[in-house]
Design a protein around this ligand. Sequence first.
Ligand code: BTN
Length: 307
Amino acid sequence: MKSQILHILEKNNRIVSGDTISAALEISRVSVWKHIRELQELDYKIIVTPKGYQLVGTTGTPFPREFSRREAKVHYFPELGSTMDTAREMAGKGCPHFTVVVAGRQKNGRGRLKREWCSLEGGLYFTLILRPKIPPIFSARLIFCASLTLANLLNKKFSVPAQVKWPNDILVRGRKISGMLSEMEAEGDRVTFINIGIGINVNNDPTFQADRAISLREILKESVSRKELLSMFLDAFENRVKHTNLDHVVSEWKQYATMLNRKIRIVTRDEVSEGLAKDVDENGTLILELADGSVKEIVHGDCFHLG
Ligand code: BTN
């Protein structure tokens, strides 16, 4: 019913009376009012006037109905604590492969290594729930595939010179535009789910919390539809996962890498290491050459350029 009300409001693109809607859908005016209230709670900007209702300014919000064939698997919430928590709950209840949890803003957006992820209105915050038929050891390939897909999309479709920094940051001219984190559950040698959480600075101002961050709007000097961006990302990512061999994802990812052959510092929860970034292997492990010439393999951590 809500979808039909939205259709009427969209088609008319002006104020539509409660009587017109109730007659068209054969429901009472009270029922129309209740549906309108629920749509407003879902973030649809519907103005209520004495003459009726008008839909305004929702362009670009990633509402499920904007995703046609994906509609049933896209779940939009105006505000969440973190899409990671909601996605974990949904995955635990058995939601299907390629379910997407999107939030308009997050109260407790999480970054890697327990940092906060600034999640103000205007950014794109989502978690993709995947149930791939791969052993846990290959799970990192999927996350590298996600950062490769996004870097590629920004370069090819938006002409933005995006690069990747190990493990999965996306930078534009050295400033961070997107970050990713993942959670996985496995039983034996079978992955039950991998949740990939992605935050992209789109039309928000991320410099409030991170002055080395940048948004797509700042780069392009115009707002970008979050719905379009998410839709393009989902299509491109799905296509890669279905049709390409994940064995070579990291090799392709390296074409966009900023840190290879540079001096870097890696910070993990337990230690700090410095050295030359020699390589990243096909499972996403960073190969760091230390000052004494020895080689260290690093699986998790945060990477900082030293020069
Ligand atoms: C990082 O670079 O530290 C990772 C940032 C990941 C942020 C995204 S926003 C959507 C999802 N929900 C969260 O709470 N975090 C991830």
